[in-house]
Design a protein around this ligand. Sequence first.
Ligand code: NAG
Ligand code: NAG
Length: 241
Amino acid sequence: MKSWIFGLSLLTLISESHMATLYTRNNCPFTVWPGTLTGAGIPQLSNTGFELAPQAWNAITVIAPWSGRLWARTQCSTSSGLFTCATANCGSGQVACNGVGAVPPATLVEFTLAPNGGQDFYDISLVDGFNLPISVTPQSGSGPNCTITSCSANVNAICPPELIVKASCGNAIACKSACLAFNQPKYCCSGEYNSPQKCEPTNYSMVFKNQCPQAYSYAYDDKTSIFTCSGAPNYLITFCP
Ligand SMILES: *[C@@H]1O[C@H](CO)[C@@H](O)[C@H](O)[C@H]1NC(C)=O
Ligand SMILES: *[C@@H]1O[C@H](CO)[C@@H](O)[C@H](O)[C@H]1NC(C)=O
């Protein structure tokens, strides 16, 4: 009897979950190494890091409910057996990130995927800075905000000098957020600035917002940056859209 009940609840669990596929495509003229990080309390995806040559694509199956993030590392190499990247490194020492997140600055894609045709949330975040352009395209799905969200500008090219991250050759490869660069409450929406009413856009967050109006430019930038779809079976994440 007990096992029958267990079997039934397992069946319910399976039928209430929902599979989504996250496709990644590299439209950049250089190789990138995407990484994934699942939010607290659920196991990591089967694929937490991989290489994508220019024009290559990949598919990751996700069982909803799921929430997590995805990014792309650049200028990676292996030395003394340790895999490291110039931007968005996850510090695992391997191509797989194995549950370690990106070292900022990194352009992040964030997902909260609901089971059974429920409402998914997704966004592009520059709250931790920027390393490369990304777009997210839902494939079918419904709702007024079920649309592509894109940060296609190269923010590195206009990054204020006090935020810039340069490669050893001197090229700008990433742009820090002001929170990361200065660690001040008004930029980080922390301390006395810890609410949407108190934390407002700053001259630095506006630099990011002007380049990528659909992306989060600071922690409480929700109104113009959260996208939602119900019942979308797939999402396409494009690097350098
Ligand atoms: C932002 O404002 C501060 C002073 O409040 C100034 O020092 C800084 O240069 C400004 N930065 C940009 C990018 O406008
Ligand atoms: C979501 O849809 C509403 C109503 O159509 C619109 O006012 C709002 O700007 C949209 N949000 C985003 C992030 O596009």
